[in-house]
Every structure is written in structure tokens, then in C-alpha cells.
Design a protein around this ligand. Structure first.
Ligand code: PLP
Length: 386
């Protein structure tokens, strides 16, 4: 075999388990995809207009490294209004290329080689890779269906070692749709405080909640000083292709993130920053309209899957349902592969999201209502045929 010039940690990086299914699905006709983790809505018109306007006005240059001042100020006001947490626009915010970059620079800024990050799983497919690339080690702990897919604080604390540097949280959660209650978050906060850990809180789905509203982790008493808040516009405002997100953190931590951002990215795309500014200024009603429609679909899919006989936990956030499919006697991989080939419905095997995801599949309901109805019919036929 030819010599590999790749570094060992890149050689060891596993490809995402999601892609394989999309590649198969792309070769097939009349596939209903419940596989994709992005809104089916287009970006609100006001955002598109703002992007076009920015180009027409020749806003085609770099902005300041951390983003337009007006955008940083508007974001800080927005977060304060929603969650009563105050960030300084000049020193505590950076706009990034999606939440993805924010996650990357957060890990790169705080991890030394071998530092451990405690990670409740199943989780977003990028987390382990991002931690590995930053030189860190993921320490996975399970979130179980019988516990509403929340980590057990006692298990989390048992995973702390003298190498633990951070806890990575994601509520609302991709892939389970779980939203953590205040008691669990406070308990995790106490552990972070006791062992002096950083909390990276990926709250990219913060506006897509269907229950009591979102709890912003740094808003909890004493947590702001040890939290890196990750957010973005991809999900809440249906802006995946614009590639715009952000991180907020206390100044000393933010200086680290911003330094990396400066070297690897320089500035988030200028047009996207203008789009994001418009989103914050004028698109609240669009967010509410999308949430209302997701909620209608959520009820349909959860009820439908349970009726079919696939036990499904009620997701309270994001746009994913996470049915248990091993009750059919198939593994999650077999279920997803056969459902795709036999009924042309794409879902993602839960094991793609790490330990604890085995035996489940992720169904995104960011798909039109009638498509979900048709997908449920096909899943019903498939399960009956087994
Ligand atoms: N975090 C979570 C939990 C996600 O599900 C995603 C995208 O699927 C991201 C971060 C990255 O989002 P983006 O880079 O589009 O802002």
C-alpha cells in the first residue's frame, strides 16, 4: 500500500455515518428523505433581500475579525432580551462560519493534547471529530430514552478524571430532540463548578422548542464565567447555506477563540453577516411561523411512529424524532438500509450518532407535512412486512 502522508489523528478520523445513506438515496427515485438535518423552509425573504442589498451596496470587503459591530451589538441585545445573559459586543462575541466553526475554535482554544471532554451521546456527528482534531479525547456517557435522553449527572460526574477539561452539551439535542430541564442543567453546572470545568453549550436549536421554552446554560447562576455558548442562524432562521454562526464567552476565553478565528478564517462572510443582522432585526414572526409548522409535523410523526409500533420519545426541541426500531428485530443499520431499498424512505441509523444511538433511527421532520404522512404510510407497510 502507498505510504500515507496523513497525520495519525486524521487517519483515525471516522467518516460520518450520515453521508453513506444520502449517497445511496441520491441514486434512487421517489425517495422521501427524513434524513436531512436542515430546514426545508427557504430563508425568509427579508434576509435574502438584505444579502442582495449588501452586495449591491458593495459590501464585498472584509469586516472586522469578530464581525460587524452592529451585528455584535444586535446579537448581544437579542440574547439579553431572550435569556437575561449579558455579553459585551466588543470583547465577548465572535461571528463564525456556521456553528461548525464556533465549535471547532472552541475546542481548539481550550484543549491541550490528551484533554478529555465529557460528551453525552447519542450526539451530533461532528463532536467526536472536532474534539479529536483539537487534540482532545471524547469521553462518552449515555443519554437513555428512559431518562428522556438526558445524561444522568451522577454518571457524568463519575466520568470526570484529572484530565477532564470540558463538558459538551447540546440542548435542544440533535439527534434526539431532547430538551434538558433546569434541575438537570443545574446539577451539571454544580459538577462543572466543583471540578472547575469549561462547559461548551451548543444551543444552535434554541428557538426551536415546543414545551416550556429554552434554558440558556450561561444564564444559570455562576455558569456564564465558565461557558462557551455556541449559536447560529442555520436552524432557527433556515439559513444553512449562508454559513453564519457565533460563539459568546467571557473575554479571556473569547480572546483564545478569536485568535484562532483570525488565523484560519479572518471574518465570516460579509453578505451572510448582513443577512444575520436582518434576521435578528425583523424575522421574529418567521421564526414563530416555522416553529408552529414544525410543531404540527412533530405531533404527526411522533403519534404516527408510536402507532406503527416504534416507541418514540416526545421530542421537545429541534426537528428530529428518534424512534426505537430494534423492536422489529432489525438493527438500526439494517432497518434504515432496508427501508430505503424497499420503501424509498431515508432515515439515519442511530449508531451514526455514537453509543446509545444503536437500535434507534433519526427521522427529521423538517420535511413537508404530506411527505411525512406518505413516509409514515410506507414505514407502516415496511414494519408490517417484516
Ligand atoms: N450543532 C448541531 C447540534 C447541529 O445539529 C449542527 C448542524 O447540523 C451544527 C452545530 C452546525 O450548524 P452550522 O454549521 O450549519 O451552523
Amino acid at each position: 500500500m502507498a505510504k500515507s502522508y496523513l497525520s495519525k489523528h486524521v487517519e483515525n478520523l471516522k467518516p460520518s455515518g450520515i453521508r453513506r445513506f444520502f449517497e445511496i438515496a441520491a441514486t434512487m427515485k421517489e425517495v422521501i428523505s427524513l434524513g436531512i438535518g436542515e430546514p426545508d423552509f427557504d430563508s425568509p425573504q427579508a434576509i435574502i433581500d438584505a444579502g442582495i442589498r449588501s452586495l449591491q451596496q458593495n459590501q464585498t470587503h472584509y469586516t472586522s475579525n469578530r464581525g460587524l459591530n452592529s451585528l455584535r451589538e444586535t446579537l448581544c441585545d437579542h440574547i439579553e432580551k431572550l435569556y437575561s445573559v449579558k455579553y459585551d459586543p466588543l470583547t465577548e462575541v465572535v461571528f463564525t462560519v456556521g456553528g461548525s466553526e464556533a465549535l471547532n475554535i472552541a475546542c481548539a482554544a481550550i484543549l491541550d493534547p490528551g484533554d478529555e471532554v465529557i460528551l453525552p451521546t447519542p450526539c451530533f456527528v461532528s463532536y467526536q471529530g472536532v474534539i479529536t482534531l483539537a487534540g482532545g479525547v471524547s469521553v462518552e456517557i449515555p443519554s437513555r430514552m428512559e431518562n428522556n435522553f438526558l445524561p444522568d449527572p451522577a454518571e457524568l460526574e463519575a466520568a470526570v478524571t484529572d484530565r477532564t477539561k470540558a463538558i459538551l452539551l447540546n440542548f435542544p439535542c440533535n439527534p434526539t430532540g431532547a430538551v434538558a430541564d433546569k434541575e438537570t442543567l443545574v446539577a451539571i453546572g454544580h459538577i462543572a463548578e466543583k471540578h472547575d470545568l469549561v462547559v461548551i453549550s451548543d444551543e444552535i436549536y434554541d428557538r426551536l422548542v415546543y414545551g416550556d421554552g429554552h434554558i440558556c446554560f450561561p444564564a444559570l447562576e455562576g455558569m456564564r464565567e465558565r461557558t462557551i455558548l455556541i449559536g447560529g442562524f442555520s436552524k432557527d432562521y433556515a439559513m444553512t447555506g449562508w454559513r453564519i454562526g457565533f460563539a459568546c464567552a467571557p473575554e479571556a476565553i473569547m480572546n483564545g477563540l478569536a485568535r484562532i478565528h483570525q488565523y484560519i478564517i479572518m471574518t465570516a462572510p460579509t453578505m451572510a453577516q448582513y443577512g444575520a443582522l436582518e434576521a435578528l432585526r425583523s424575522c421574529e414572526s418567521d421564526v414563530l411561523r416555522m416553529v408552529e409548522e414544525y410543531d404540527r409535523r412533530r405531533k404527526l410523526i411522533v403519534q404516527g411512529l408510536n402507532y406503527i409500533g416504534l416507541p418514540t420519545f416526545e421530542p421537545l426541541g429541534a426537528f428530529y424524532a428518534f424512534p426505537k426500531v430494534d423492536v422489529t428485530g432489525l438493527s438500526d443499520d439494517e432497518f434504515a438500509e432496508r427501508l430505503l431499498h424497499e420503501k424509498h424512505v431515508a432515515v439515519v441509523p442511530g449508531s451514526a450518532f455514537g453509543p446509545g444511538g444503536e437500535g434507534f433511527v433519526r427521522c427529521s421532520y423538517a420535511t413537508a407535512f404530506d411527505q411525512i404522512e406518505e413516509a409514515l404510510d410506507r414505514i407502516d407497510q415496511f414494519v408490517k412486512s417484516l
